[in-house]
Design a binder for this molecule. Structure first.
Ligand code: NAD
Length: 418
């Protein structure tokens, strides 16, 4: 399987599985069972374009492991989509669902296309064409997709509609991340940031940090980062002292109002020149003397180069893969408490699972109930990981892997697969 390509995301995912298999002392057949996707589908489907031509699109759906239940994972529309990216993301979804102890496996899908070059009608036809191509492989009790990069609730609505017409009845439970009016769940909008903040609250208790007096810097003031800032302010009374986006960073030691930064960003498309803010570099933001550093932008933010200069007590990873393995070790040695990505940002998939439950029971909860249930799951998962980290003297990311993979292995064992 190995191609020796260090940057190949699936190679990275496989290295992580191997490291975890070593910690858990798994036998060879179990290790092999975890290293490869159970099923993957490669489809090519025609789409009629607005100019009268017909174009062929290529798509994938990977069902990595369904030992614990139907597979779950988003669909990405991206020009650079590759099967190895989809495989890696499907593996990561398997561990994320297991970590939150959801009765689900992991999957992922993708279509090679550039949505920015498609009209709204073409986007709808690509969405429907992809579902027509994979319809027999998915279903509410088989494999349940969701939005991901460049797909959104509207795309989910078209996909649900197409699938429902193929099977001859409404099947809202085949997708999550739907608009509320056709079975979306309340609380999905800010679920990722909110779930992350529940884990932050537990981490703060653990290290004796008073969040009411804490200072926070947010790298990446986008969807996840802006919700994290406003919720940290409203739930805990923390002070947001620095924010940044792809154009640069601003700091205000007296504290920004998250709402004011949001309004400024909406009006000008950037956080730069936000009232009361002083311009700093994005690198300076990462190295500020704050209590909490929220990483909500890109992968590979903290590396061997800068991890030694991080002064935050807690690093909260809302982004996927913001810390390299080398940086992880440096932060661990320094005693920085890292809440790893697939724990910290698991609120989204957890509320997606709640959406499936509500769809299946045809009974819908209010937002408060969603928040309470999310809190319970995130809090439990945080403590399971923290305990594993302490018990084996390993960093929080390795501990999260160990908790998650052990659960998948247990399901595989009782089912007689390994
Ligand atoms: P987004 O595009 O809304 O926001 C990303 C923000 O990061 C933008 O403000 C962008 O300007 C900023 N940014 C980009 N490059 C930067 C750089 N070099 N330095 C500083 N800032 C930079 O995306 P999002 O949905 O908020 O996702 C952010 C991260 O969180 C991604 O890694 C994503 O995979 C992860 N995540 C998001 C969700 C979710 O529900 N939104 C769920 C799980 C994981």
């Amino acid at each position: 399987m190995s191609t020796g390509n260090q940057d190949n995301p699936f190679e990275i995912a496989q290295r992580q599985i191997n490291a975890c298999a070593d910690i858990l002392k798994l036998d060879e057949s179990t290790r092999q069972g975890l290293l490869h996707p159970m099923r993957e589908f490669h489809v090519t489907f025609p789409v009629h374009m607005d100019d009268g031509t017909t174009r062929l699109f290529k798509g994938y759906r990977v069902q990595y492991n369904d030992a614990k239940g139907p597979t779950k994972g988003g669909i990405r529309f991206h020009p650079d989509e590759t099967i190895d990216t989809v495989r890696a993301l499907a593996a990561w979804m398997t561990w994320k669902c297991a970590l939150l102890d959801l009765p689900l496996g992991g999957g992922k899908g993708g279509v090679i296309c550039n949505p920015k070059e498609l009209s709204q009608q073409e986007l709808e036809r690509v969405s429907r064409g992809y579902i027509k191509a994979i319809a027999s492989f998915i279903g509410p009790d088989k494999d349940v997709p969701a939005p991901d990069v460049y797909t959104n609730p509207q795309v989910m609505a078209w996909m649900v509609d197409e699938y429902s017409s193929i099977v001859g009845k409404n099947q809202f439970g085949v997708m999550t991340g739907k608009p509320l009016v056709i079975g979306g769940s309340p609380g999905r909008g800010d679920a990722t940031a909110r779930g992350g903040l529940y884990t932050l609250r537990e981490a703060a208790k653990k290290i004796g940090l008073d969040l009411g007096k804490a200072t926070i810097a947010v790298q990446g003031f986008g969807n996840a980062g802006s919700f994290a800032a406003s919720l940290a302010e409203s739930l805990f009374g923390s002070k947001i002292v620095a924010v940044c986006d792809s154009r640069g960073a601003v700091c205000c030691l007296g504290g920004f109002s998250a709402m004011a930064v949001n309004q400024h960003k909406q009006a000008t498309s950037t956080v730069l020149e936000c009232a009361g803010g002083e311009c700093i570099t994005s690198d300076e933001l990462l190295e500020m003397d704050v209590d909490v550093l929220v990483l909500a932008a890109l992968e590979g933010t903290l590396t061997q180069r800068n991890a030694g200069r991080v002064k935050a007590k807690i690093v909260m990873e809302l982004a996927n893969g913001p810390t390299t393995p080398e940086a992880d070790e440096i932060l661990y040695e320094k005693g920085v408490h890292v809440i790893p990505d697939f724990l910290c940002n698991a609120g989204g998939v957890t509320v997606s699972y709640f959406e499936m439950v509500q769809n299946a029971s045809m009974y819908y909860w209010d937002e408060k109930e969603v928040h309470e249930k999310l809190d319970k799951r995130m809090t439990r998962a945080y403590h399971e990981v923290a305990e594993m980290s302490e018990k084996h003297a390993i960093n929080m990311r390795k501990a999260a892997y160990a908790v998650a993979v052990a659960r998948v292995v247990e399901a595989m064992k009782v089912r007689g697969w390994v």
